[in-house]
Design a protein around this ligand. Structure first.
Ligand SMILES: [Zn+2]
Length: 349
């Protein structure tokens, strides 16, 4: 029995070497020290041992038991410490390392221009209302007095969507949407994106933004004189007080009479250059008195109400203001280009 005990001790200690993993340690604990383990079995068999040998064997059993228990405790502690050190090591932070650089953004020059434009109109008492980009034929064309065979209604100019819908080709749908829901007096500006089937080029883009504006009140209360006043005031506030402004007779389906508005060329100050084709003037927006058919389409009696409307391209106006000669620069988002307007953005914020 003594040899048997020594064999149990030798084998257990061999398994409890310095590199013993948790499973091996647990295995020895159960097999040797467990309730039905090897040492327990020996104690039970002690009854068959002669009385004289029992005390010595009993001491040996206890000695092996405490030796193995001590060894298991040492190994378990070492494993726990190693796990802790590993966890701490993984989470170690070197506070002397330089921080991550997160660059600060700034507003796009077209965004800045649009905000400035809306600010000027707001100062004149106009309310800003945004309407939808996805429209039906009535709100984009029909109610705006576009004849059924107008070229803008053809596939080559307009993005049509399933279900009779389309992407609005101008922000003039804002006039219809607002007038349908409200009664005059109205002084509204509608900023938003518009879509036309154009290739991106120096002068055109399939998506661009406009600001539509209109003012409606009792017949006789709003005249072409108010239109000229508001537009001239806006253009001088935006481009500078010294700017020349002129109105030219034109034609649009949704206004009668209609006028295109020019400003004196910003490059040559009216003297004539290549950009203004020697005319000294640059076209800037379209405007006019709202057509009686448009008023009828929203349920207004043209004998009772009248007003004016105007619309301008935000990118185009920004090009002129910033002296940029290629529309594509606004859409390419090259930070070397956009960065030139960074200080203007920071001044505005
Ligand atoms: Zn010029």
């Amino acid at each position: 029995m003594r040899e048997q005990l020594e064999e149990i001790r030798r084998r257990a200690l061999a398994e409890l070497g310095d590199g013993a993993v948790e499973a091996a340690i647990e295995n020895v604990r159960v097999r040797v020290l467990g309730r039905t383990g090897e040492l327990t079995e020996i104690m039970r068999a002690m009854r068959t041992v002669p009385n004289a040998e029992r005390p010595a064997l009993g001491r040996l059993v206890n000695e092996i038991k405490s030796e193995l228990e001590g060894r298991i405790a040492t190994l378990s502690d070492a494993l726990k410490r190693a796990a802790m050190e590993h966890a701490l090591g993984a989470a170690q932070i070197d506070v002397t390392l330089p921080g991550m650089h997160i660059p600060r953004g700034w507003l796009h020059p077209v965004t800045l221009s649009r905000e400035r434009m809306l600010e000027i109109f707001a100062a004149m008492g106009f309310e800003v209302v945004e309407t939808q980009d996805v429209e039906d034929d009535f709100h984009n064309f029909g109610a705006l007095n576009f004849p059924a065979d107008h070229p803008a209604r053809e596939m080559q100019d307009t993005f049509f969507l399933p279900g009779g819908l389309l992407l609005r080709t101008h922000t003039s749908n804002g006039q219809i949407r607002v007038m349908e829901q409200r009664r005059p007096p109205l002084a509204i500006v509608c900023p938003g994106n518009c879509y036309r089937r154009d290739e991106l080029s120096v002068r055109a883009s399939p998506m661009f933004s406009q600001i539509e504006g209109f003012m409606v009140d009792r017949a006789g209360a709003i005249t072409m004189g108010h239109l000229k006043g508001v537009i001239s005031e806006f253009l001088r506030a935006f481009f500078g007080q010294g700017i020349g402004v002129r109105f030219r007779a034109s034609f649009f389906p949704f206004t009668e009479p209609s006028a295109e508005v020019d400003i004196s060329c910003l490059l040559c100050a009216g003297a004539g250059c290549r950009v203004c084709k020697q005319s000294g003037w640059t076209e800037i927006l379209g405007s006019g008195m709202i057509h009686p058919n448009v008023l009828r389409a929203v349920g207004y009696d043209p004998a009772e109400y009248q007003g004016f409307a105007f619309g301008m391209g935000v990118e185009r106006t920004s090009l002129l203001k910033l002296g940029v000669d290629d529309l594509r620069l606004f859409f390419e988002n090259d930070l070397r280009f956009l960065g030139q307007f960074r200080s203007a953005s920071e001044a505005a914020s």
